[in-house]
Write a protein that binds this ligand. Sequence first.
Ligand SMILES: Cc1cc2nc3c(=O)[nH]c(=O)nc-3n(C[C@H](O)[C@H](O)[C@H](O)COP(=O)(O)O)c2cc1C
Ligand SMILES: Nc1ncnc2c1ncn2[C@@H]1O[C@H](COP(=O)(O)OP(=O)(O)O)[C@@H](O)[C@H]1O
Length: 254
Amino acid sequence: MAAVASAAGAEVDRPRILYADAGPEPPYPLRMEGAVISGFGRGSKELGIPTANLPVDPAAAPWIETAKSGVYFGYASLALPPSHPDRQQQHQHQRQQRSHRSNPRAAVDAPPAPIPSSSTDDRIPKETSEAAAAGGEAETEKEKEEETTKQWQIYPMVMSIGYNPFYKNAVRSAEVHVLHGFAADFYGAPMRLLVLGFVREERDYASLDALVADINVDCDVARQSLARPAWTPREGTAGPDGSSGTFDGAWLVR
Ligand SMILES: Cc1cc2nc3c(=O)[nH]c(=O)nc-3n(C[C@H](O)[C@H](O)[C@H](O)COP(=O)(O)O)c2cc1C
Ligand SMILES: Nc1ncnc2c1ncn2[C@@H]1O[C@H](COP(=O)(O)OP(=O)(O)O)[C@@H](O)[C@H]1O
């Protein structure tokens, strides 16, 4: 059946569940990490869909050099600073876990679980560790506190890798729309990605409405595809229904 076009070219009649129920297939999962940087400022203002950008660095994620440009889905793990309104407290998490066990439906739309970091050394930004080695003057007390209290929260995500043909960017970008409504920005926060599958190629569109309509379908595809147990990490309550699954997402929270 031909895909139904709407909003002048958006393909809204696409399957919402991709890949087999058994879980991600090679070459996935693919990993990527870095600190959130700013993009061109269009995500929130023009599209109403904010995207957290990561540097496209083949030294850190060699697969990205040959990865097809397009839309991908998977999980993002964020280490929000202690002052961020979306950072959960440990006791909130424990209460939530108890509630989910006694009433699994209570987990619907539940916020993600905070995962205290078991080791922080491997995530000290290079500049920070170099500065520390050189006398530590560049590292503020606030940064030190954030490092020792680092806590990873896992969220489903959909992302775009490429040149955004609608905007004709000259530079390749990697931008993540996290499937969660945040009360504040999180520029600079450490973010880890486990990319679990490819959704579609990036496209040019006749209108902004068509681009937004297709991105909304991508979000739906990610939510529904990730809701299956073998696609939901055991770590945290990342699944859209709040339940933990069987997928090994340990790297996201290490
Ligand atoms: C799931 C998703 C799918 C996207 N698909 C396309 C696309 O097909 N074509 C395109 O030009 N841009 C696409 N984009 C990129 C948006 O155009 C981009 O997020 C927007 O330009 C905001 O960029 P900025 O955050 O750098 O300002 C997509 C973004 C996301 C999150
Ligand atoms: N759900 C979300 N997904 C991604 N980023 C979000 C989300 N909610 C808030 N943000 C914040 O919005 C920023 C992106 O905003 P955006 O308008 O796309 O600007 P730019 O991508 O140019 O930095 C992210 O870096 C992050 O701090």
